[in-house]
Design a protein around this ligand. Structure first.
Ligand code: ADP
Length: 174
C-alpha cells in the first residue's frame, strides 16, 4: 500500500513527480494555490495551458483533470483539476471526490510514483475544511489500490488548521 503523508507548507517547493493544482476551468491562473503555481512555474506553464483545447466546461471541467509539464517547478508534472464551488445542497462531494480519483488515475497513466495534493476547494471555493478532508482521504484511500504506480501521496496543507484536521483523520483511521 502506498504511503499517505500530511505536511504543511508551499506545494510549489515539493520535489515530487506531480503536484496537483486547484485550478479553475480556464486553466490560465488565478488566486490562491493556482496563482502560486503559475508564478513559480513561469510562462512556460502558462503557454502550455493556453494550448489545451477548450470544451463546453472550459479547458478543464469540474471534477476532471489535465496533465501538463511543470515549467520551472522542481516537480515533473502539474495535474490541474477543478474543484467544486461550494454551494449548499449541490453535488459538491461527488465533484471533489472525482478530482482526487481522476488525478490519481492520471498519475497512474503517466507512470508517476509520487503526487502532492493541495486542499482542493477549501480556499476561494469555500468548501468546509473538515468535510473536504474527509472526502479527500476517502477518495484517495479507495483509489490507491487501483493505481499501483503511485507509491506516495502527500497532502500539503497551507495552514495549521487543515494540517491538524488531516492528522486527526489519518491517525484515527477514519
Ligand atoms: P480553491 O479555489 O480550489 O478553493 P484556493 O487556491 O483558493 O483554491 O485554495 C485551496 C487551498 O490551497 C487552500 O486551503 C489554500 O490555503 C491552499 N493554498 C494556497 N496557496 C498554497 C500554496 N502555495 N501551497 C499549498 N496550498 C496553498
Amino acid at each position: 500500500m502506498a504511503k499517505i503523508e500530511v505536511v504543511t507548507g508551499d506545494i510549489t517547493t515539493r520535489k515530487v513527480d506531480a503536484i496537483v493544482n486547484a485550478a479553475n476551468s480556464t486553466m490560465l491562473g488565478g488566486g490562491g494555490v493556482d496563482g502560486a503555481i503559475h508564478r513559480a512555474a513561469g510562462k512556460e506553464l502558462y503557454e502550455e495551458c493556453l494550448k489545451v483545447p477548450e470544451g463546453p466546461g472550459g479547458r478543464c471541467a469540474a471534477g476532471q483533470c489535465v496533465v501538463t509539464g511543470a515549467g520551472r517547478l522542481p516537480c515533473k508534472k502539474v495535474i490541474h483539476t477543478v474543484g467544486p464551488v461550494y454551494t449548499d445542497g449541490a453535488n459538491n462531494a461527488k465533484i471533489l471526490e472525482n478530482c482526487y480519483r481522476n488525478c490519481l488515475a492520471a498519475a497512474e497513466r503517466e507512470g508517476l510514483a509520487s503526487i502532492a495534493f493541495p486542499n482542493i476547494s477549501t480556499g476561494i471555493y469555500g468548501y468546509p475544511l473538515r468535510e473536504a478532508a474527509e472526502v479527500a482521504i476517502r477518495a484517495v484511500r479507495e483509489t490507491l489500490p487501483k493505481t499501483p504506480s503511485v507509491k506516495h501521496v502527500m497532502f500539503v496543507c497551507f495552514n495549521r488548521e487543515n494540517y491538524q484536521i488531516y492528522q486527526d483523520l489519518l491517525n484515527n483511521g477514519e
